[in-house]
Design a protein around this ligand. Structure first.
Ligand code: AP5
Length: 216
């Protein structure tokens, strides 16, 4: 099963992708995570994209297209993958079509996480992520057992630099101006399934399983 998760920032794509990836034993490819690794490691790419990401803008297409292409051809993707946060504009969608065709990979479904704007701000401002394993929490909706500490590995929880008010606004505008158009594109080719992402985490997960026709 080859899935793409599409939706505004904070709609819960990453939270649901991690859970589904574990259930289906598929790799979760978060392009945002791949980019953050570049930044953390201080690579040339990382240095070039740090400020762009912190401001909430899209990094250049050639960077994300290359990262995605290199990742989906890895052996662990042979039986499927969950691609989270790519494509985010028409150029990337066309690049994805081309790379899938070249590798003889058929896109199973594009899951659209539909959520109202007012829920996004409270979700992102309360998000905390583990520095070690990347697990995602929310101080109110999905808190860790001990404040500031990851349940899984005891890693320190931190707040992402782009979860600050101005960046959230920019990310939402970028989504509206560049990404939202992809909903129609995938609807036309009958790949799109929609999940109401405004519900509680377990309910969204149950709906997600139904949407991709995979029972509990
Ligand atoms: P990325 O890391 O992909 O960020 P994003 O798309 O903005 O998505 P988020 O990670 O913010 O949200 P999410 O939908 O995964 O929600 P989550 O599950 O964490 O990208 C970051 C940046 O990288 C971009 O701005 C850009 O600069 C760059 N980038 C990435 N991909 C790119 C591309 N293709 N092209 C160019 N640039 C790119 O949940 C959010 C919070 O809500 C958490 O606290 C969670 O616990 C909580 N939560 C989740 N679900 C629920 C629920 N149902 N109820 C209550 N709380 C919930």
């Amino acid at each position: 099963m080859n899935l793409v998760f599409l939706g505004p920032p904070g709609s819960g794509k990453g939270t649901q992708a991690k859970r589904l990836a574990e259930k289906l034993s598929l790799p979760h490819i978060s392009v945002g995570d791949l980019l953050r690794i570049e930044v953390q490691q201080g690579t040339v790419t990382g240095k070039n994209i740090k400020a762009i990401m912190e401001a909430g803008n899209l990094v250049p297409d050639e960077v994300t297209i290359e990262l995605t292409r290199n990742r989906i051809i890895q052996p662990d993707c042979a039986k499927g993958f969950i691609l989270d946060g790519f494509p985010r504009n028409v150029v990337q969608a066309e690049a994805l079509d081309a790379m899938l065709e070249k590798e003889n990979i058929i896109l199973s479904k594009v899951v659209y996480f539909d959520i109202a704007k007012d829920q996004i701000v409270s979700r992102l401002s309360g998000r905390r992520s583990c520095r070690k394993c990347g697990a995602v929490y929310h101080i109110k909706f999905n808190p860790p057992k001990n404040e500031g500490i990851c349940d899984k590995d005891g890693g320190e929880l931190y707040q992402r630099a782009d979860d600050e008010e101005n960046s959230i606004r920019t990310r939402f505008d970028v989504y509206n101006n560049q990404t939202q158009v992809l909903i129609e594109r995938y609807k036309k080719v009958k790949k799109l399934v929609t999940v109401d992402a405004g519900k509680e985490i377990n309910q969204v997960y149950a709906d997600l399983l139904l949407a991709i026709k995979y029972g509990n």
